[in-house]
Write a protein that binds this ligand. Structure first.
Ligand code: SF4
Length: 617
């Protein structure tokens, strides 16, 4: 029997990459929809190719579909060509597998990975034929939930989402679904269900909390308005990563996506404590997966997908205790004549990593990437990067000796305490690397070195030591970027820079409170979608939204916060304490480096989860 399709052949032939919308990939899961107790539409609010490259989505898709009573299907943002047709013809947004309208599902769950996708979330709700504000949605509409890193500060989305799950989906979703099944059998209302959710750890239902503000715009009080609403919402995590379910038959798209490869997740969390890094704090503690399990998973994944690349992912792969054993196994098992490439992002560049890369890349040497984040040692100490100039120059020198000629370096402009001397140091570091190359004997130097310096702008994030810090205003960002551009010696160095307007907006949303929801709504009404895409991003949509809502973006960006101020996300408990974060801010201001968890525990609070690296001798 032919599969039912939501879009006619005419429409499919008229849009770019129709395979985005067919839901017929290899390993796709089809279930009898009539036999399902729960139908879950899992939405990545960006285009198919981005969403399909996200391992979190693949994990949740597999995890939810392991349940016999649940059918989880995927939803992505339709590209602008299809959206125009859908709006013109009144076609509802549909899930890929069954092609049924999203409106027919029990849940619509968003995975929220970056701030610039927020207008796409509103657009998804609208395309699905639902009201974007939760208060306006109908009883028969799906329950709208959200999780993912951005939801650790859920407030900017509070008015649009029925409930948030704070932490890792694998930990919370089974409890939610069991509760929902019982609730559905009793034919309770949506509100009854939301009330029941209040008893579950890690769930935040915004409507059961009120916020009041002081005259100066700061939060005066954040108060539960229901007797069961917890004053603090504790992040839920999977402590045993080794036994955690992991997809062995992931979907294989029929069109090229951002990453066409299988992914092995080495561990969650990070022990390093970079002070700008939200992921490093919110995913604590480090929880490793057993190396034997990873070997087994690698084999299954390659067999079940036919991919030619295995990527080892984590926040800092060099810190994985079984890295040598795993990479040697993977190279033996899949390397050379088997034509499977190994990719290892997030490696520190030292001799060990270069040896691995040498084995992996062989003669086809691509580029080596460093992320010093700051040009001077002083500023690297402020941000606790734990990388010395010597590490960088030695790493680059060894890479040149090993045959690499292209070195990419990532920096941030606008880090707290930054001066123009720190910016000059970025240009100098690039030049020093060039000189490192010319230290090689002439006969070894086959071509000119290619050094690429890239800068983005620092965005302070919730749950980092810099959550209290001011962000640079737009004009300062531009001044710093121009300054660096003039300082870089363009003979051997290429300089890539970032868009400052996007970073400013990210800054507003990342530390935004509930009032920012109005701005997101107004920007979306003005036509903002796909804001993470430069070809779609129009700052004027946002500028107008700030003007019309009377909300001053500078209140959220350039303002320094006091320790006493109630921050919009203070009611979320990520394990890492506010006192620890503040102590880290003070150490940053004193230029004091804090050790890696492996070299000494600083009692950040994550030990309270009862496992992982905090308990390793
Ligand atoms: S409790 Fe100690 S070891 Fe555990 S994450 Fe925090 S600082 Fe690291």
């Amino acid at each position: 029997m032919d599969k039912k399709l939501q879009l006619t052949d005419d429409i499919l032939l008229s849009v770019e990459k129709p395979a985005r919308y067919l839901g017929n990939e290899i390993n796709v899961i089809h279930k009898d929809t009539s036999a399902m107790a729960i139908r879950f539409a899992l939405c990545f609010p960006d285009v198919y190719e981005i969403g399909m490259s996200h391992v979190g989505l693949a994990i949740l898709y597999d995890f939810l579909n392991r349940r016999e009573d649940t059918y989880c299907e995927r939803v992505f943002s339709p590209w602008s060509d299809l959206e125009a047709i859908m709006r013109e013809k009144g076609l509802p947004l549909f899930a890929l597998e069954s092609q049924d309208p999203v409106k027919d599902f029990d849940f619509l769950g968003f995975t929220v990975q970056y701030e610039m996708s927020y207008t796409n979330i509103l657009n998804t709700l609208d395309l699905a034929g639902m009201a974007v504000y939760s208060k306006d949605r109908k009883e028969e509409d799906p329950i709208v939930c959200a999780g993912g890193p951005c939801t650790y500060n859920p407030e900017p989305l509070a008015d649009f989402i029925d409930f948030f799950y704070i932490g890792e989906g694998e930990a919370t979703l089974p409890v939610i679904l069991e509760l929902y099944k019982a609730h559905k059998a009793q034919e309770g209302t949506k509100d009854d269900f939301l009330v029941k959710l209040l008893d579950i750890d890690g769930i935040y239902v915004p409507k059961f909390y009120d916020v009041t503000y002081k005259d100066n715009g700061e939060i005066e009080a954040f108060t539960p308005n229901h007797p069961h609403a917890k004053p603090s919402i504790k992040k839920q995590v999977v402590m045993n990563m080794t036994d955690a379910p992991y997809p062995s038959k992931p979907l294989v798209p029929l069109i090229q996506t951002v990453h066409d490869r299988v992914v092995l997740e080495l561990f969650r969390g990070c022990s390093r404590g970079c002070r700008f890094c939200q992921a490093g704090m919110i995913y604590r503690p480090v929880r490793e997966k057993d190396v034997d399990v990873l070997k087994k998973q690698a084999k299954e994944l390659i067999q079940n997908t036919g991919h030619h690349e295995i990527s080892l992912i984590s926040l800092s792969s060099s810190d994985y205790s079984g890295l040598q054993e795993l990479t040697e196994y993977l190279i033996d098992e899949f390397g050379n004549d088997k034509h499977v490439n190994l990719s290892l992002p997030s490696l520190r560049i030292d001799q060990f990593s270069l040896d691995i890369m040498n084995k992996v890349q062989g003669v086809r040497k691509s580029s080596i990437t460093f992320a010093p984040e700051a040009g001077s040692q002083r500023l690297r100490d402020v941000i606790n990067k734990g990388l010395t100039e010597e590490d960088i120059l030695n790493g680059a020198g060894e890479a040149f000796q090993g045959g690499w000629t292209r070195v990419k370096l990532y920096f941030m402009l606008g880090l707290p305490t930054e001066t123009f001397d720190d910016i000059d140091a970025i240009a100098k570091l690039g030049q020093d690397i060039v000189e490192e190359y010319y230290k090689l004997p002439k006969e070894v130097r086959k071509r000119r070195p290619q050094i690429v310096l890239s800068t983005s702008f620092f965005v302070p994030k919730a749950f980092t030591p810099f959550q209290w810090s001011p962000q640079n205003p737009y004009e300062t960002f531009m001044e710093k970027q121009d300054h660096l551009n003039k300082k870089v010696n363009k003979k051997n160095i290429k300089y890539n820079c970032h868009d400052a307007k996007t970073s400013m907006l990210e800054g507003v949303i990342a530390r935004g409170d509930r009032r920012i929801g109005q701005v997101i709504y107004a920007a979306w009404k003005n036509g903002a979608t796909f804001d993470a895409w430069s070809e779609f991003f129009r700052f004027s949509h946002w500028d107008d939204a700030f003007n019309r809502t009377g909300i001053d973006p500078l209140f959220y960006t350039v303002r320094e916060r006091n320790y006493e101020e109630i921050l919009p996300w203070d009611f979320i408990d990520v394990g890492v304490t506010k006192a620890f974060l503040y102590q880290e801010l003070q150490r940053a201001n004193e230029g004091k480096v804090t050790p890696n968890c492996m070299d000494g525990c600083m009692n950040c609070g994550a030990k309270g989860f009862g496992g992982g690296i905090c308990y390793v001798d």
